[in-house]
Design a protein around this ligand. Sequence first.
Ligand code: URP
Ligand code: ZN
Ligand code: ZN
Length: 462
Amino acid sequence: MGILLKNGEIVTASDRFVGDIYCDEGKILAIGQGLEKQHRDDEEIDASGQFIFPGGIDAHVHMELPFMGTVSADNFETGTAAGVAGGTTSILDFVIPGRGQSLLEGLDQWHEKAAKAVSDYGFHMAVTWYGDDTEREMRICALDKGIQSFKTFMAYKGAIGVDDAELIEVMKTAKDLQALVTAHCEHGDMVLALQKQYVEQGLTDPKYHALSRPAPVEGEATNRAITLARMTGTPLYIVHLTCKEALDAVTEARLRGQMVLAETCSQYLLLDDSVYEKENFEGAAYVMSPPIRPKGHQEALWAGISAGLIQVVATDHCPFNQVGQKDMGKDDFTKIPNGAAGIEHRLGLLWTYGVLEGRMDIHRFVDVFATQPAKTFGLYPRKGSIVTGADADLVVFDPTVESTISAATHHHNCDRNIFEGFKLKGGASHVIVNGKVQFKDGKLDVERGAGRYLPRSRNVHY
Ligand code: URP
Ligand code: ZN
Ligand code: ZN
């Protein structure tokens, strides 16, 4: 059964026109005016007065990630379903092998977990240590397994973090493979030193999480990663950039012609560090790394998006429940599992606080939400665009509906929502995933395991 979308305002990263879209067998087959159903049982959706966007791609999520003594609370089924409810039709998760574990063994484990996803998924591969076999395994990932991006953590010293010598090796191998290195930039040793200092002083509340990871910690590591990438000749993608210091480093690199790309996340655009002052340990819900920044950084990030210095907005979706997970750090902020949920709200937040508040135009919005993640990570034009032959992943967006974000109504498997109380204008009326309506008028109709693995091309379009 096909789907005919009629009279929607089709918006891509570059175009905007009123028209129809016909999809069948999971693909967009025709775009134009006056299109008609091809089969009697085709579904017709009246999209007049609504926008049609390409389905979103969240390039940074962690479903059922074993982390800091627990496991992130959304699995691939619940997490991708929450994404669909918010117009995100594909995700890129991170395979994170433990130190000493084989990359390929980690990949098998992630494939097993991800098989229940309701929408399509791809993987970045984290390199958490560099051993004798790492180069060979990275090569297999890039050449045979459809993974063209390798993640390094400069934080989390003693766990999944790498040192500079390891980072350099990852960069050299990635360069050889024409793959992209992505980096979580925080000075791991400085974080440990500050954590120790606060804990020794008995300062253990969630707010000391933020104080032990101030902006210069991120700025220094971003500069260092950029310098190492420059010296090894590797393209670099900075994940979850949060602050002016890091943005300055990216700006300087891009101005001298270095291939440095940057991602930020909804929470860094919209929250400030006053969230850590919440009473009754509620600040723990906002414990993530890097932390939410003081006022001022947010407007710099919005400006960075609009100037094209930041190309992607993701979520770093990594939920932990307050009860039973975050409370592991009740007496010590260093034990609070780092991360929060966000996949469902990227669309509504970027629209309401980005487009409607004049911080970015509608095409830039589509670009950071769908097109650039697809281009950067080798999924374009199959994903992130509205062209014939592309996967039928589409969001019909009604700009007139209003809602308020709440943990009581969200689809995340989490007892808190870091955007609790945020008002949204506009929302998806229909979300089409691989040619099927999976979300309609506020209700999900998803199928466990319907998502497919997305092997990614190394023919990337930075
Ligand atoms: O706090 C965060 N960001 N948790 C998820 C892991 C990571 O660093 O991306
Ligand atoms: Zn990170
Ligand atoms: Zn992350």
